[in-house]
Design a protein around this ligand. Structure first.
Ligand code: ADP
Length: 335
């Protein structure tokens, strides 16, 4: 896929053309993901987009219908044991045994990852240190808060010091403090490991990740650095307030191809097309129709609007310099 460049950081994971069919349902459709050392990539998408299915294939827990996965130069299908040794996985539902103590459970996880008996104690201490569990070794997992249980889930994923860490919806079900802690923990992991995390929460991707891949119905519809995602969100949405507002349809037709959504009386969200100067159109229309425009604010598109924007366009507008997986990101978002 991408050109080899000796100066760029080491590629730890290369998943190419992954597809997975369930009966007639193509749950994952030609998805490619490349990950470099020290990079955190977010897989963002609504429920059913194919995130979990993609992650299961990358971790060797599910056979792809097509495509290949290479971890640190090792092919997952040719050498599953060697490749899997380099991957740590936190599934959506963490595989915790609540009746075990943290130390017991992490030793078990280490043995499942084929760590040598002599290396186990050090591995458990290191994983606990990195997840803030150093004082929790004697605690029963079932007695820990949900946030701490999630730390244990992450500790088992890194017990064998893998190069690539895959986290499926790591903050789901946590309270805001726990979410903050887990996010900062993941960022720290990203210093030494490569991390892929899945989420359906857009601010989560912006808070943690270096890069984002947006999945929609099994396909990658957007790949870019987080700065590109921010530009995309901010570039196409405005909030306008009018003293003498027209009907929403009338407003929409005055600013085509942008469209208006009514937020409250006299307040609309304007979702514009890339390259459209909607501000001038709005100002002119307001003067022409005497709508009494008194406020115009940049607005960040919500995750739903981002999906609408991305999935409305055909697979055109490809720009150079992006990962081969980029499909429909408009050229202007390419930083
Ligand atoms: P996400 O993680 O983004 O919510 P999933 O990967 O779980 O998405 O699901 C993608 C699609 O594949 C959905 O349509 C889902 O219904 C389907 N799917 C997932 N697992 C199975 C399965 N074991 N059998 C049949 N269909 C499945």
């Amino acid at each position: 896929m991408s050109m080899s460049n000796t100066a760029s950081p080491e590629v730890t994971l290369a998943a190419v053309g992954l597809s997975r069919r369930y009966g007639n349902n193509l749950a994952v459709d030609d998805v490619s993901i490349e990950l470099k050392r020290g990079e955190i990539v977010g897989l963002l998408g609504p429920n059913g987009a194919g995130k979990t299915t993609a992650m299961k294939m990358i971790t060797g827990n599910l056979a792809p219908s097509a495509g290949s996965v290479n971890v640190c130069g090792i092919d997952l299908i040719d050498k599953p044991t060697a490749a899997k040794a380099k991957v740590g996985y936190l599934p959506e539902i963490p595989p915790l045994y609540k009746e075990l103590r943290v130390d017991e459970y992490l030793r078990l996880a280490g043995r499942l990852h084929r760590l040598k008996q002599s290396a186990l104690s050090d591995a458990v201490e290191r994983a606990k240190r990195r997840t803030g569990l150093s004082d929790m070794g004697r605690r029963l997992i079932g007695s820990l808060s949900k946030g701490y249980q999630q730390r244990v889930g992450i500790a088992q994923a890194i017990i064998h010091d893998p190069d690539v860490v895959i986290l499926d919806e790591p903050t789901v079900g946590l309270d805001p403090n726990q979410i903050r802690e887990i996010r900062s923990l993941i960022r720290e992991l990203g210093n030494e490991h490569s991390v892929i995390l899945s989420t359906h929460i857009l601010p989560e991707v912006e808070a943690i990740c270096d890069r984002v891949q947006i999945l929609h119905r099994g396909k990658v519809v957007f790949t870019d650095a987080i700065s590109g995602l921010r530009a995309f969100r901010g570039g196409h949405s405005l909030q306008v307030s009018l003293r003498r507002p027209p009907e929403t349809e009338e407003l929409s037709s005055a600013i085509e191809p942008a469209r208006a959504e009514k937020l409250s009386e006299g307040v609309f969200r304007i979702i514009s097309q890339p390259n459209q100067d909607v501000t001038n159109q709005l100002l002119r229309a307001s003067l022409d129709h005497d709508w009494g425009l008194y406020q115009l604010l940049p607005a960040q598109a919500s995750v739903e609007e981002v999906f609408v924007q991305l999935t409305r366009q055909d697979a055109t507008g490809e720009d150079g310099g992006q990962a081969a997986t980029t499909n429909t990101a408009p050229a202007e978002t390419v930083a």
